[in-house]
Every structure is written in structure tokens, then in C-alpha cells.
Ligand binder design. Structure first.
Ligand code: FES
Length: 362
């Protein structure tokens, strides 16, 4: 796995996500020819954007919404109340440059063959699902997709035109259901939340068939993805075929991250942790009661790969080459990776004095 790298990319286009530009924007980037290979992506992946905002180095990850090969690189940025990056994004113009990390993420669909997909998205969770839907419908001519898309009301539907255009273009192979919480639609089944009851209703009506899908993608708030996963499993879905991606809701710097750990009030002496990255070794001191390896590494001036800082994106994945460690949270590593010794630097604390974390391990 290549270490993610930032490059300056120029914004070639900006468009509003909904009818109201205040809701957020989609940014399209120009990728210069020499960087094209590095920015090839698999549908469902995201980009981490980085900028100096009010003197602070801020980075956030946003999913790519484009077709994987036929469209320019575009991400959707939903405006979050008080969000540093999302509000800054609204002030950008075509021609501006941002530091953009090479594509990352495992919420992906490898295109090819004939498949049946169920996509369930709430709000901005549509962004990676849109890239998957565009790419699958165009490049897998025998595949089918059912998309359940939950929103507050019609005006708040992100990428509404894009999604409806897909519906018009691929009528036979694309079942689209807008589920709205705050606006009554003619079909009662389209009203309300995407939850256990809704999935059961859709199943009873024969609009979804959980056991039949080759792949199921869930993207939205944690409560929704957990509830839908349970409901789909009870409806016969294969657990191995369910992928989920949580919203990155934390809009705070890594140094302010909160964890469920109790903090020691006593001053602790740092534990030495050696980091291997791009073939070089550097030993830092980590005060495991008060900081993660990532936070300590950044404090020490190291340019470590990270994005969400919340255990969700996997950008900070590395391998425990020696020593004992523990993770606070893990929403992204698979069981086999944890068993194989991989960890998330943004959630890792040393438990012994001989910890070596290898960011170069594949
Ligand atoms: S930075 Fe996202 S999981 Fe660590």
C-alpha cells in the first residue's frame, strides 16, 4: 500500500449540492497529466483536503462522487454548522488550489461482471454511493442497483439531479426510492426514516430482497448503519457482503479528539515509540494517558498520514512490528487486519516500551 501523498490541485469547477448554495458545494479538481495515475480511484473512495484556515492546518476527508474513469475528479462537501473546512469551502473559487491527498478508502466497488447491489444512503452519505452507482450502471451493463436515499425533504436532497438523471437513463436497472422524514410523498412507504421498520416494509412490498444482493453498501450516521445492518441480517443478507461507511462528524483537530478513556491526572513520562515511514525511523515519546501515537507524532513535527482522526477512514493504518499497543476505537480495520497486527495510529496507545509501528507495511 503506497503511503498517501498530498499534491496541490487546482479547482476547475464549483457547483452547489442542492438548490441552496449554503448547504454545501461540489468541487471538481484538475489533475495534471503526471499525477493522473496517482489520482485514479475505485468508486466509493474519498479524498482528504488540506488547507490553512485562520492560521491552522486543517484537513478533512470527502467522498468522490464522480464516475471512476469518465468524469473529472469531484467531491461533495456538505456544510456542517460551525465546520471549519466545510464553511471555508463555500468561499473557494475556480482557479484556487488545495492540497489534495491521493484517493483512499475501502468502501469500494470493484467494477466488472454482473451483480445486484443495494445502496442505502442518508444525507451526504449519497456521495460515495453516487460514484458507485454511476460507475456500475455505466460499466456493468447487466448489473442492477436499488438505492434507498434518505433525506429531510426534497430541497435538502444532495445531488438530486444527478441521481434522478441516473434513474431516467437506466430505468430498467436502477430502482431509486427517496425516503423523506419531513415531507409527505404520495406513496406512504416513501415517508419516514430508513430504519428497521422501513426495511421490513420495503421487503414485504418486494422492493428489496436482502438475501439476493451480491453487495450492500450503507453510508450514513452510525445509528442508521448499525440498525440497517441488523435488519438486513435478519432479512437474510450475507454479513460478508455488507460494507458500511460512517460520516466523519468530528470537525475538530486531532489534538482535540475525545476518547472514552479515563485520563490519568498524574504526570506521566512518555513511552518511546519508534515509527517507520518511507523507509526512515524516528522515535518519539508518547504520553499514552493523554495522547495517541498520531497526536504525539504530529506534535513532534512528523508528517504522518491521517484524515478523520476518529478510527473511521483507515488512512493512518500501520503495523505493530513489535511491542504491545491498544486501540481506543476501530471502525475501519477488518478482523483479519487486527489479528495480523495492523492498527490505527490515531487510536493507538503504547502498552510497552518497545513499540515499533511500521507505516510502510503492506
Ligand atoms: S485517521 Fe482515519 S482512522 Fe486514523
Amino acid at each position: 500500500m503506497a503511503t498517501p501523498a498530498f499534491n496541490p490541485l487546482t479547482i476547475s469547477n464549483i457547483r452547489p449540492l442542492t438548490g441552496n448554495a449554503e448547504d454545501g458545494v461540489a468541487l471538481t479538481f484538475d489533475v495534471p497529466e503526471p499525477l493522473k495515475a496517482q489520482y485514479q480511484f475505485i468508486p466509493g473512495q474519498y479524498l482528504t483536503l488540506r488547507a490553512q484556515i485562520n492560521g491552522e492546518d486543517i484537513r478533512r476527508s470527502y467522498s468522490i462522487c464522480s464516475h471512476h474513469s469518465e468524469e473529472p475528479l469531484e467531491v461533495g462537501i456538505k456544510c456542517v454548522e460551525g465546520g471549519q473546512f466545510s464553511n471555508f469551502a463555500k468561499t473557494l473559487n475556480a482557479g484556487d488550489q488545495l492540497q489534495v491527498m491521493t484517493p483512499e478508502g475501502r468502501f469500494t466497488a470493484a467494477i466488472g461482471g454482473k451483480h445486484s447491489y443495494l445502496l442505502i444512503a442518508a444525507g451526504s452519505g449519497i456521495t460515495p454511493c453516487l460514484s458507485i452507482a454511476k460507475s456500475v450502471l455505466t460499466d456493468e451493463p447487466d448489473s442492477h442497483i436499488a438505492l434507498l436515499y434518505g433525506n429531510h425533504n426534497t430541497d435538502s436532497i444532495m445531488f438530486r439531479e444527478d441521481v434522478d438523471n441516473l434513474k431516467n437513463r437506466f430505468t430498467e436497472r436502477f430502482m431509486l426510492a427517496h425516503i423523506l422524514t419531513a415531507e409527505k410523498q404520495d406513496a406512504a412507504i416513501s415517508n419516514g426514516r430508513i430504519d428497521t421498520e422501513k426495511l421490513n416494509q420495503l421487503s414485504e412490498y418486494g422492493l428489496i430482497d436482502a438475501a439476493s444482493y451480491d453487495a450492500i453498501y450503507l453510508c450514513g450516521p452510525q445509528a442508521m448503519t448499525e440498525q440497517c445492518t441488523e435488519a438486513l441480517l435478519s432479512l437474510g443478507a450475507n454479513k460478508e457482503r455488507i460494507k458500511f461507511e460512517l460520516f466523519t462528524t468530528a470537525d475538530s483537530p486531532v489534538t482535540q479528539q475525545q476518547t472514552k478513556r479515563s485520563r490519568s491526572k498524574e504526570k506521566t513520562i512518555g513511552t518511546p515509540v519508534t515509527l517507520v515511514i518511507d523507509g526512515a525511523e524516528r522515535t518519539i515519546q508518547v504520553d499514552g494517558d493523554n495522547e495517541t501515537v498520531l497526536a504525539a507524532g504530529l506534535k513532534a513535527g512528523l508528517d504522518l498520514p491521517f484524515s478523520c482522526a476518529g478510527g473511521m477512514c483507515c488512512t493512518c493504518r500501520c503495523k505493530v512490528a513489535s511491542g504491545d499497543t491498544e486501540m481506543d476505537l476501530n471502525f475501519s480495520l477488518a478482523d483479519w487486519e487486527v489479528e495480523a497486527g495492523y492498527t490505527l495510529a490515531c487510536q493507538t496507545r503504547p502498552k510497552s516500551n518497545d513499540v515499533v509501528l511500521d507505516f510502510d507495511a503492506t
